[in-house]
Design a protein around this ligand. Sequence first.
Ligand code: CP3
Length: 339
Amino acid sequence: MKDVFIQACRGIKPQYTPVWFMRQAGRYMPQYQKIRQKYDFLTMCKTPEIAAEVTMQPVKVLNVDAAILFSDILIPLEAMGLKIEFIDEKGPVVSPAIRTIDNLKKLKNIELNAVDFVFKAIKILIKELDVPLIGFSASPFTLATYVIEGSSSKDFFHTKKFMFSDSSGFHQLLSSLTESTIVYLNGQIKAGVNAIQIFDTWAGILSPYDYEIFCKPYVKRILESLKQTVPVIYFSSNTSGLAKHINDSGADVVSLDWRIDMKDACHLFEYKPLQGNLDPLALLGQEMEIFKRVEKILNAGKSAKAHIFNLGHGVNINTQVDTLKKVVDFVHAFKSVED
Ligand code: CP3
């Protein structure tokens, strides 16, 4: 197996900079669209053969150095007693929304049998892939936002109302999500994933004070429970102001959005392995402008303990497959030219 990605996660500088893309499997790819026309998104996630095939598409087409399991951060919620739907043009819907301590009864500890399709997909993939496979979950806080809002949100009104008006109930919700997430991630590790990424997409809506209270302890608890297993990447967005807290959360790799200069990040994160951090929409621009930005990130990344090239968030649906391919080739060539 190609292990440049795992080496970088462990803080060993590999021969060349590894690269993969968040949301590398998805609607920007004609191969994905072809399958998606026949099945809805949840059916694709729940059918191990399809999930495995879609996971492999970008590995084959783009030549990336890691695969990420085709699934969603909301998938485990069904195995905790909630209903999830993905509605075209609207996005995910979770029901019933849990907004009070009374509603909390509806959230159960995860039933692993109910997500067996995830483990089956992983088992197929580790036989087929020649690059490491990344498993994932949301952070308890980010998952809680969907459980409370019942959908994506702009202002996170219900989340913050619950959090500030009944902090002990909110902590109970977070504890419950944390315990289920640990069980779920251990299931993925047992099935064979080579690394884990924790998506904390919405951590950036919190003040540093509240991040320390409502987010960090639960992320830390997950990270501690996964020590001695596989490397863990912590991704968050809009969190440059939280760098100090993120630095001591215990993640093996910190994944950055594009709002922070990679050079500054190397200082802030004490030369930890870093992942990122091109603005996904920069890929819609002219090639010269794209490579200028990619090169700048790669040069700055040399000061990190190790650097994994990625975007600062998921691939946009309007991205050209060819552009991503060229970025992969550019990243791979960057080091070899130097050496
Ligand atoms: O990265 C990958 O290729 C692996 C698969 C993956 C998906 N979602 C597939 C998906 C991963 C790792 C996720 C994580 C996820 N899901 C996050 C965290 C990362 C981030 O983007 O911030 C979040 C917040 C979600 C929740 C979610 N899922 C939303 C808001 C949406 C709707 C928006 C959209 O892009 O359609 C989804 C649906 C979703 N998850 C799709 C895919 C490929 C689109 C499904 C389709 O209609 O084909």
